[in-house]
Write a protein that binds this ligand. Structure first.
Ligand code: BGC
Length: 245
């Protein structure tokens, strides 16, 4: 079975059909730059464009970089505030004429890692943390997702953790890998103290360069890069769509 996965990110909106059993894209992904400003109307147009590009007629899963409860987008740390309170799932379903599920981006990445990636068959408390524009989190307990955990907004040194330790913070402040790794380590030690996970998986675009910083991060908990890297969002979104009627 296949479903279409669409990943809404700060700079690009990416989509592709996914083979759900293998967790692999079946066609090259399409990436369209995120409209500026990224408001509900303009982003919906891009979602429709991706559906049309693949001439897709089946279930669609879409990620959103904020809290999503029952299809309603409830926070907007790194996107336009006009998303708050919108029934985004119904809006996308109406615009595409297809069954749609909308879920948090890190939760989607986590679902993919749990099904076919680094978290596969890992029992206990497993955390998938994505480092990009913000820091996203997906918390699993014996393979079950606890959605919308928002651990990127823990407070470290009086600041939102993602403002200090996201990949965006590294790039915009031109931090060296060593300096950034110190911040990531401080953040992860805090997370470790609160959750005592048995495994931490690092996702997001920066997971491709994990050899530059992961060896510098000292924790009690085993810590590994995500297997699906930047495709995890698309794959996880499609997997969530598989449950649609
Ligand atoms: C948002 C999360 C999101 C993360 C990664 C945070 O700012 O609050 O919902 O998962 O960024 O995009």
């Amino acid at each position: 079975m296949e479903a279409l996965g669409i990943d809404i990110g700060g700079s690009g909106i990416k989509g592709a059909p996914v083979d759900l059993a293998r967790g692999e894209l079946t066609q090259p992904r399409l990436r369209i730059p995120t409209p500026v400003p990224a408001k509900p109307k303009t982003v919906t147009e891009v979602v429709v464009q991706i559906v049309e590009h693949f001439a897709w007629t089946g279930p669609v899963g879409v990620t959103f970089p904020g809290v999503v409860v029952d299809g309603i987008t409830m926070s907007a740390a790194n996107v336009d505030e006009s998303w708050i309170g919108v029934d985004t799932q119904t809006m996308f379903a109406k615009a595409t004429g297809l069954p749609v599920v909308v879920l948090n981006d890190a939760d989607a990445a986590g679902l993919a890692e749990m099904a076919v990636g680094a978290a596969r068959e890992k029992p206990g408390v497993v955390l998938v943390l994505t480092f990009g524009t913000g820091i996203g989190s997906a918390l699993f307990v014996d393979g079950h997702l606890v959605p919308n955990t928002e651990l990127g907004h823990l407070e470290i040194r009086g600041k939102d953790a993602e403002k200090r330790a996201s990949d965006h913070a590294r790039e915009s402040r031109q931090l060296s890998w060593e300096k950034w790794a110190t911040r990531v380590e401080e953040y992860l030690q805090h997370v470790e103290a609160l959750f005592s996970p048995s495994l931490i998986i690092i996702g997001g675009g920066v997971s491709k360069k994990s050899e530059k910083f992961l060896p510098l991060v000292k924790l009690r908990t085993p810590i590994v890069p995500a297997t699906l890297q930047n495709e995890a969002g698309i794959v996880g979104a499609a997997m969530a769509a598989a449950a649609l009627p």
